[in-house]
Design a protein around this ligand. Structure first.
Ligand code: CA
Ligand code: CA
Length: 129
C-alpha cells in the first residue's frame, strides 16, 4: 500500500523539523557543557591564584596556613590549624614535594565536599586585616 503524496510530504517535513530541533538541542547541550567546563576552569584557576599567596605557582604549607587562618578565624588555634594544613598538604601532594601544584590542588578539591568549604568569606578576610 502506497502512501498518498501529502502524507509522505508531512512525514518529510516533520522529520526535517525533528532533525533541526534535535541539532539545535544537541548544539545547546554542547555549548552548555563547554561553558560549564570553562566556568569551572576559571573558578579553579582564580581559586588557586588566591591560595598561592606568594605567587610562585605552588601552594605551600605557609600559603595554605595564611589562607585558612583567614577562613577559620578564631575557630581553630594555630596548632590545630597547622595540623589541618599538614594533613591537607599530605593528602593532596601526589608527588610529595611538599607543595601543591595547580593540578594537584584542582584534583584534590574537585568532586569533594572540600570544594564548597574553600570559599573565602571576604567579609571575614577584610576584618582580619
Ligand atoms: Ca606559593
Ligand atoms: Ca606536589
Amino acid at each position: 500500500m502506497t502512501q498518498p503524496f501529502y502524507v509522505s510530504r508531512i512525514l518529510c517535513v516533520i522529520h526535517k523539523k525533528y532533525i533541526y530541533v534535535y541539532n539545535i538541542y544537541t548544539y545547546v547541550i554542547y555549548i552548555y557543557i563547554h561553558i560549564f567546563y570553562i566556568f569551572r576552569w576559571v573558578v579553579m584557576t582564580v581559586t588557586f591564584k588566591i591560595y598561592d599567596v606568594n605567587n610562585d605557582g605552588y601552594i605551600s604549607n605557609g600559603d595554605l596556613f595564611r589562607i585558612l587562618k583567614i577562613m577559620v578565624g578564631d575557630n581553630l588555634n594555630d596548632t590545630q590549624l597547622q595540623q589541618l594544613v599538614d594533613r591537607t598538604i599530605f593528602q593532596a601532594d601526589e608527588d610529595k614535594d611538599g607543595k601543591l601544584s595547580e593540578e594537584e590542588f584542582t584534583k584534590f578539591i574537585q568532586g569533594s565536599e572540600i570544594e564548597s568549604k574553600l570559599v573565602i568569606d571576604l567579609n571575614n578576610a577584610h576584618q582580619q586585616q
